[in-house]
Design a protein around this ligand. Structure first.
Ligand SMILES: Cc1cc2nc3c(=O)[nH]c(=O)nc-3n(C[C@H](O)[C@H](O)[C@H](O)COP(=O)(O)OP(=O)(O)OC[C@H]3O[C@@H](n4cnc5c(N)ncnc54)[C@H](O)[C@@H]3O)c2cc1C
Length: 479
């Protein structure tokens, strides 16, 4: 256990290195001291949900978000000419009470995804191999066979009901949960579900080599159940509406610091102190509890003076790269979406890194392009410039190879977003050795609680459920 003086000196050293000025927890005047029950780091899906839920439970909170808006991976591009929104990040949610109640609280109407699409509108999906730019003929399994494969998969999941709530793995961890997902699919005869799983769970990396348990995080019981009834999306096709409204409420309640980040901190059994850089200068935040919702990578967590134990746990995480963009001048017909397939791979899956697909949008002339990398030990395996040039290259090669279908134009980025580091996950050997058990055991240590995608899944609905059911009860009880 570190002494407070040691922690404070670490803080000064870190601050000196980071910004060339000294700081001390005692050097703040009352107007720059903020006292709250809970300080929340990150205002994305998990941080925003947590803040609203805790506020509604009568707790005082402060959210520290590094960007000038909350919402994290939920990003909506508004076409300036028409005002039409395009959700280029999070699109769909599970049809669950917790989801419906959350949106209803902000008066954001929901519909079943796809239910308002005009059935007469012509929309085509082309299957191309984006290495060769040639169209490939894909024989997809019938809906009946896909349904049967998911039924078998659901039967397997039913053996482990706690996995529906988080990475609560049996001890010892069964080999079936650790094996590469491709081997699992063969063993359990669920091959006909693989392409659907891949398409709904991009950003995971190579689904066939990823351990079964990591694909299962998103493809858990809850998501499988949604396949039958349909997913929810916002009626206005603007998922950021939820976050704009939450942001206004949090700002009005002096519960949100935008464009702010923690410089250094002291986390002890007595509570938490944070020195936060904000646009209005440095603030000292004193809180009873800290809730960290940002990806728990060692570099991101540097200001939180991690213990050797915390460092040894989070240092094991690896991740993948995931990027989204909107382009114009693609030369592709407005009604055409392109899925990247290969004729020579299992399940015709594309090789990563590569373009997942190029989708239509409601705005004529604009296309959405998605790009991903496999998992890697080094985050940011590709620069944004590399990703952008590969996307443009794929489109231009399509134009050249198919002059009768696509016109030769110079694609331009209207919007680009890197969601890297994405899908933080453990290697199977570490999972077998009890990684997730150890990670979950950190909840509450040094008055610090944790939530977000790494703790649950890259799935907002499941993050909200995990946060509400598994994290906040323990946190609130300790206040
Ligand atoms: C393109 C895309 C599409 C997706 N589609 C869906 C979908 O349709 N349905 C679905 O359920 N899920 C979807 N997901 C997954 C979903 O977005 C994530 O699971 C969810 O956003 C994760 O929430 P989070 O709070 O853990 O992280 P985030 O939402 O990324 O939030 C983290 C927040 O912390 C902030 N932050 C980071 N570092 C710091 C720091 N040092 N200090 C302060 N703030 C910091 C970030 O700016 C961000 O606001 C999608 C993800 C992507 C990328």
């Amino acid at each position: 256990m570190h002494s407070r003086a040691f922690l404070a000196s670490l803080c000064v050293a870190f601050t000196l290195a980071a910004s060339l000025s000294t700081n001390d927890f005692g050097n703040f005047e009352p107007p720059d001291i903020v006292e709250r029950d809970i300080a929340i780091i990150g205002g994305g899906s998990a941080g925003t949900y947590s803040s609203i839920s805790l506020k509604d439970k009568g707790k005082s909170i402060i959210v520290i978000e590094k960007k000038n808006r909350i919402g994290g991976h939920t990003e909506t591009y508004i076409d300036p000419a028409t005002g039409t929104p395009i959700d280029m990040g999070v699109v769909i949610f599970h049809n669950l009470t917790i989801v419906r109640d959350y949106f209803a609280r902000f008066d954001v109407p929901l519909i079943t995804s796809g239910s308002d699409v005009d059935p007469n509108a012509v929309s085509v999906t082309g299957t191309y191999d984006l290495r060769t730019s040639k169209e490939v003929n894909i024989t997809s399994p019938s809906q009946t066979n896909v349904g049967a494969a998911f039924a078998k998969y659901a039967e397997f999941l039913a053996k482990y009901p706690r996995l529906n709530d988080g990475m609560f793995l049996p001890d010892p961890v069964p080999e079936d949960l650790l094996m590469p997902f491709g081997d699992f699919a063969k063993k359990y005869g669920i091959e006909d579900a693989v392409a659907t799983m891949f398409n709904y769970n991009p950003g995971l990396g190579d689904i066939l080599t990823v351990p079964m348990i990591e694909n299962q995080r998103v493809w858990g019981q809850s998501l499988v159940q949604q396949l039958a009834g349909g997913f929810l999306t916002t009626k206005h096709h603007n998922n950021s509406e939820l976050y704009s409204k939450a942001q206004a409420e949090l700002l009005a309640a002096e519960s949100l610091l935008l464009q702010s980040h923690v410089i250094c901190s002291e986390r002890s059994d007595g509570g938490v102190k944070l020195i936060v850089q904000t646009p209005a200068g440095r603030k000292l935040i004193k809180a009873k509890k800290l809730l960290i919702t940002i990806p728990p990578r060692l570099d991101f967590l540097a200001p939180f003076n991690l213990s050797a134990h915390e460092r040894s746990i989070f240092g094991k995480l690896i991740d993948a790269g995931y990027y989204t963009s909107i382009l114009n001048n693609t030369g592709l017909p407005d009604d055409l979406s392109i899925t990247n397939y290969r004729s020579d791979t299992a399940y015709n899956l594309p090789q990563l890194p590569g373009v997942y697909g190029i989708g239509s949008t409601p705005v004529p002339g604009l296309k959405l392009a998605y790009y991903g990398t496999p998992r890697s030990n080094s985050t940011y395996p590709l620069s944004d410039q590399q990703v952008k040039s590969e996307i443009v290259n794929a489109i231009k090669t399509l134009q050249k190879a198919n002059p009768e279908t696509f016109s030769a134009e110079e694609p331009q980025f209207v919007e680009y977003s890197s969601h890297t580091p994405f899908y933080l996950q453990a290697r199977p050997g570490d999972t077998k050795a009890g990684f997730y058990r150890e990670m979950y055991a950190l909840q509450g240590e040094r008055n610090t609680f944790w939530t977000g995608a790494t703790w649950r899944a890259q799935d907002s609905s499941d993050i909200w459920r995990y946060t509400e059911e598994e994290v906040l009860p323990g946190l609130v009880k300790e206040l």
